[in-house]
Design a protein around this ligand. Structure first.
Ligand code: KG4
Ligand code: ZN
Length: 337
């Protein structure tokens, strides 16, 4: 079954052709990063206009690279939630038009679920597992029992992990995009230079929740307070100390989830899983099977959309033309305290 996957939820215009939810025949990723750099963040109006210009050539390039004619496609999968509505609408409208003209079904898929599914493109992974989604907009610890069966155990109560990377980088003018730059700078810095605080979420039902606004405030407004005077106050040292704390916050909660559930298989996805320290740390957790995507599949891409879309379409589950784009999703079950 050949599925075309379309991703346009943010600043990546990406289209892939994936066979049977597993074999990537093409995965074209056209990034708008250079166009948003002058603003140090994604400008929604620019993003949607550029998607409108790029979507057609990106689809054509993806089909050509895959060696597939559009008439050979069996279905289309497209991100329709969550994300920037204007940008989502470009991909969704294109998918609807192509679906109608070719007489094949399309399915609107959830971007977050697709991120968590990305490692399945590269590894044979059995269910259940603990799913760790760490992106620019979301930070979720979950129990995953099937490609579409996700129980949220914990989330961030304020900023997302990737958002904290982006905001710290923006404040200190480190460059854009923030996560990648902080990762690079950290390799030249010493994480012992600042002892930033970790959130203390022991009260209430926050067993697996995380918080990043306290760390962000400490790094931005209270630098002196947490400075270890034996080390210099360099940008690289700030980056390394922040990065270590941001990832350690996540790992502490993950280890708790592993211990309490007895599930020792962990699958992660989303932009922050590209982080060097994240990859090293999760690989070193004792006694677990840890999966994370190769770098190209960590950040936004059409292949993960096509791969998860295949499972819906293969079961005869597809979307109607009334399907709309949604900025947010509230569809996850939250079971654990
Ligand atoms: O999954 P993604 O491409 O888009 C969303 O769905 O949000 O994730 C983007 C996020 C951004 O916040 C970006 O700064 C972060 O992932 N990111 C990183 C790295 N690469 C991307 N954060 C830390 N280290 C990286 N190497
Ligand atoms: Zn994403």
């Amino acid at each position: 079954m050949l599925i075309l996957g379309i991703e346009s939820s943010c600043d990546e215009c990406s289209v892939a052709v994936v066979e049977d939810g597993k074999k990537i025949l093409s995965n074209v990723i056209a990034t708008q990063i250079d166009l948003h750099r002058p603003f140090m963040g994604v400008v929604p109006e620019i993003a949607s206009r550029i998607h409108t210009e790029w979507i057609y050539p990106v689809v054509e390039e993806s089909l050509e690279k895959a060696g597939v004619k559009k008439e050979d496609l069996h279905g289309i999968a497209v991100t329709n939630r969550p994300g920037l509505v204007g940008s989502l609408l470009v991909g969704l409208s294109f998918a609807k038009g192509l679906s109608w003209s070719l007489g094949i079904p399309f399915i609107g898929v959830d971007h977050i679920r697709a991120h968590l599914y990305a490692p399945h493109l590269e590894y044979e992974i059995e269910y259940p597992y603990l799913g760790l989604l760490v992106s620019g907009g979301h930070t979720i610890i979950s129990k995953v029992s099937g490609f579409d069966d996700i129980e949220v155990m914990g989330t961030t109560i304020d900023d997302a992990c990737g958002e904290a990377f982006d905001k710290v980088a923006k404040f200190y003018n480190f460059g854009y995009p923030g996560g990648v730059i902080i990762d690079k700078m950290s390799s030249q810095g010493d994480s012992r230079a600042f002892q930033f605080p970790k959130p203390n979420l022991h009260k209430g039902n926050h067993t697996y929740d995380v918080s990043y606004s306290g760390l962000k405030t400490a790094v931005i407004n209270q630098l002196d307070q947490f400075h270890n005077k034996e080390y210099e106050k360099t940008p690289e040292n700030i980056a390394a100390s922040f990065q270590k704390t941001a990832i350690d916050i996540l790992m502490k909660r993950l280890k708790k989830a592993i211990k309490n559930t007895g599930i020792n298989r962990v699958v992660s996805g989303g932009g922050v899983t590209a982080n060097t320290y994240f990859r090293k740390t999760i690989s070193e957790i004792y006694g677990i099977e840890a999966y994370y995507p190769s770098l190209e599949l960590c950040t936004d891409n059409g292949a993960m959309i096509a791969a998860i879309g295949y499972h819906y379409l293969n079961k005869g589950i597809y979307s109607g033309f009334e399907t709309n784009a949604m900025a947010r999703v509230a569809s996850f079950r939250r079971k654990y305290p």
